[in-house]
Design a protein around this ligand. Structure first.
Ligand code: ADP
Length: 194
C-alpha cells in the first residue's frame, strides 16, 4: 500500500504511521526523522538544515526531495510506503506527482488526514517537549509550526481531495481508536476499488 499522512505537528502522524507500516507491511518514511538523522550525523545536508529545524521553518523543497526519492523508490519494491511529513507543500506534491506519473506503481493510493485542533496539538507538543526535549518543541516554535502548517501544508488537503484520495479521521480520540478508524477507512476504500 502507498499512503501519505497529513496532519498538524503533534497530531500523531508518526505514531499512526509506525503502526500502519507494521500492520500493512510497508516502510515508514518520516521526512522529519530523516532530516534529524542528517543533523545528528553532522553531514553536509545536516549542517544546512539544522537552523530551519530549530526555527520550525520548512527546509528547502530540493533538500527534502533529494533525501526522500531513493527511500520511496526502494519502498515501492518492498510492500509500499507510508509517508510521514512529505509532501508538505503544494510544490513538493506537484513535483512528486510529476515523477510518480513516469514510473509504474509508485503513485499515492490514499491520503490520511488526522484532524486535531490547535489547542490539543499545543498541549501534546508541550508534553512531548517535557518527555523528549526536541529542539523545535518550544512555545514560540510550536506556534510558528502551526502557522506554517496552516499556510503551506493544509492546502494539500484540497489538492488531494480533488484527486479523490483524502480520508478524514478524528485524531482527537485515543491512539487505538484512531488506528482502528484509519484501518477501517482504508480497508473499505480498497474494497470499493476492487
Ligand atoms: P512535526 O510534524 O511534528 O513538525 P516532523 O518531524 O514531521 O515534525 O518535522 C520536523 C521539521 O522537519 C519541520 O518543522 C521542518 O522543518 C522539517 N521538514 C519535515 N518534512 C519536511 C518537508 N517535506 N519539507 C520541508 N521541511 C520539512
Amino acid at each position: 500500500m502507498r499512503l501519505l499522512m497529513v496532519a498538524p505537528p503533534g497530531a500523531g502522524k508518526g505514531t499512526q504511521a509506525a503502526r500502519l507500516a507494521s500492520h500493512y507491511g510497508m516502510a515508514h518514511l518520516s521526512s522529519g526523522e530523516l532530516l534529524r538523522e542528517e543533523v545528528a550525523a553532522g553531514s553536509e545536508i545536516g549542517r544546512d538544515v539544522a537552523a530551519y529545524l530549530e526555527r520550525g521553518d520548512l527546509v528547502p523543497d530540493e533538500v527534502v526531495i533529494e533525501i526522500l526519492t531513493k527511500p520511496v523508490l526502494d519502498a515501492v519494491e518492498h510492500g509500499g510506503y507510508v509517508l510521514d511529513g512529505f509532501p508538505r507543500t503544494l510544490r513538493q506534491a506537484e513535483e512528486a506527482h510529476r515523477v510518480a506519473k513516469q514510473v509504474e506503481g509508485i503513485e499515492l493510493q490514499a491520503v490520511v488526514h488526522l484532524a486535531v485542533g490547535h489547542d490539543e496539538v499545543r498541549r501534546r507538543l508541550l508534553a512531548r517537549a517535557r518527555r523528549e526535549g526536541r529542539s523545535d518543541d518550544t512555545g514560540t516554535t510550536i506556534a510558528h509550526r502551526l502557522e506554517v502548517f496552516d499556510a503551506q501544508t493544509r492546502p494539500l488537503l484540497a489538492y488531494y481531495a480533488g484527486r479523490g484520495l483524502v480520508v478524514d479521521i478524528d485524531g482527537e480520540q485515543p491512539v487505538e481508536k484512531v488506528f482502528a478508524d484509519i484501518v477501517d477507512a482504508l480497508d473499505s476504500l480498497r474494497a470499493g476499488r476492487r
